[in-house]
Ligand binder design. Structure first.
Ligand SMILES: [Zn+2]
Length: 472
């Protein structure tokens, strides 16, 4: 039986002024500790559990809008509204027109960040695609970087899965050589660093990069070389970043055993985790059971795309069959949260099912990607605007939420931009953003002492940015 766990205020106006401190959960200091995903803002009304204990207050509005937007993509997204694509290959592929800031003026870009869900073949610079295509003699739909960036945006936003998948045909076509993989991986690291990321995990599927004769091991080595070149370049510029590979097996391509073994061979040479990607619906993790059993026997970290294009059964499979330590998106876990709008005028009761309670109480991290989730239709049952995203519901209920980009090129985004969008929609402050980063640091596929270091760097970096704002 699902337990009723609390009630929350509905209809909080967009960017409404909150009353800090109302609804503080359990007297904790929710903004300062990893894994404590409580926003502690009740939007004006204290929240009481049905047993009388205080409860954090979700502040999302459920508008019941079920208009469909976009197709159900396996993972990835049509882009958000136009942003500037830089033709200069030394710049990040996408930048905002205006500097990203919080309501109090705190800049978001310089805040130290952690990126856990970011696809290598979804984050190329348009100019790099052009140069690599020229080297290997393949035609592109557009010849200059800005037009190519727009082509990606239009294709991905077309609402057609076929058109959307063509974008990955283009990116993977220039990632079939050692040189191409190395270049793309190097750019990837530089772009993360430019976004303020100090630890990133880059996921990709080696089996999709064998068309020009590379072996699986050669592809992983080439990506690792590029990552290390990028890390060196970042270090020379006076910054630091750490990046690990997550090797993905395609869930429609067999039992994945070869890819699991590949990941294990490279576990001390840059590969930190294993993932499955591709069509979620109809391809449960159990199809790759031999891989997951092998990885479990070797105690190798696993994350699984689940709860994006399929619902609770897929999440159950990720946790039970794949023994996933994190959920790739996991946003449809919110289907296991019953929101009762009937009753009190100013409050709504929320009931968690057993699966949602398990994920929350065990602090299983959710790799949420707000723009992508919106554009792929993953959250269509809750609405078609970012404000409808269950992110805030999950956060306020104490889930371990993290903020990710998924495919930076196709979604024309960065972590900075995702944080800006969330802050605009839910009025998050610096402490909220700190919680998201500490959650991600704690969820990283790193040894615990490295995660502690990461958390210290994040806290120090947030303090520095806050002090800079105060000093102005
Ligand atoms: Zn993904």
């Amino acid at each position: 039986m699902a337990a009723a766990i609390g009630r929350y205020v509905t209809q909080r106006p967009h960017n409404a002024t909150r009353r800090p401190g109302s609804g503080e959960p359990f007297g904790a200091d929710p903004g300062r500790r990893p894994g404590h995903g409580h926003g502690a803002h009740a939007g004006g009304t204290s929240i009481l559990q049905r047993d009388g204990a205080p409860q954090a207050a979700p502040s999302t509005t459920r508008n019941g809008n079920d208009r469909r937007r976009g197709a159900r993509y396996p993972c990835g997204a049509p882009p958000s509204p136009p942003v500037h694509a830089r033709a200069d290959s030394t710049e990040t592929s996408v930048t905002r027109q205006q500097p990203a800031v919080l309501r109090d003026g705190t800049p978001i870009a310089p805040l130290p960040k952690v990126s856990l869900h970011d696809h290598l073949d979804g984050g190329l610079r348009p100019q790099t695609i052009i140069e690599l295509a020229d080297e290997i003699g393949i035609d592109l739909p557009e010849g200059d970087a800005l037009a190519l960036a727009r082509w990606f945006a239009d294709q991905a936003d077309s609402g057609s899965l076929v058109e959307y998948l063509k974008t990955f045909d283009v990116t993977t076509a220039v990632m079939q050589t050692r040189q191409g993989l190395r270049r793309v991986a190097r750019d990837f690291v530089l772009d993360l660093a430019a976004d303020g990321v100090i630890y990133g995990e880059v996921r990709w599927a080696p089996e999709q990069h064998l068309a020009r004769g590379l072996s699986l091991d050669e592809t992983v080595d080439a990506v690792q070389e590029g990552i290390e070149q990028g890390i060196d370049a970042v270090r020379h510029s006076g910054h630091r970043i750490r990046v690990g590979q997550i090797v993905s097996a395609m869930r429609h391509a067999g039992d994945g055993r070869e890819i699991a073994e590949l990941a294990l061979r490279h576990r001390d040479r840059g590969v930190v985790g294993f993932d499955i990607a591709g069509p979620e619906h109809g391809f449960p993790p159990s199809l790759l059971q031999p891989s997951f059993d092998l990885l479990a026997s070797e105690h190798f970290p696993v994350t699984v795309h689940a709860g994006e294009a399929d619902g609770l059964e897929s999440i159950r499979g990720a946790l039970d069959d794949a023994r996933a330590l994190r959920l790739g998106h996991g946003v449809r876990l919110a289907e296991d949260i019953e929101v009762d709008d009937e009753g009190d005028d100013d409050a709504t009761f929320v009931t968690l099912g057993p699966l949602a309670r398990w994920v929350r109480d065990r602090r299983i991290p959710l790799e949420l990607s707000p723009s992508s989730n919106l554009q792929t239709g993953a959250i269509e049952q809750w609405g078609d605007e970012l404000f409808d995203h269950p992110f805030d519901l999950l956060y306020q209920l104490g889930f371990t939420v993290t903020v990710n980009t998924d495919n930076r090129l196709m979604s024309a985004t960065t972590i900075t931009r995702e944080l800006q969008l969330l802050s605009d929609a839910f009025d998050y402050d610096l402490d909220d953003l700190l919680t998201f980063q500490l959650n991600a640091a704690e969820a990283a596929f790193l040894p615990v002492e490295r995660r502690d270091e990461l958390a210290d760097l994040i806290e120090d970096g947030f303090d520095d940015v806050a002090d800079g704002v105060t000093a102005e």
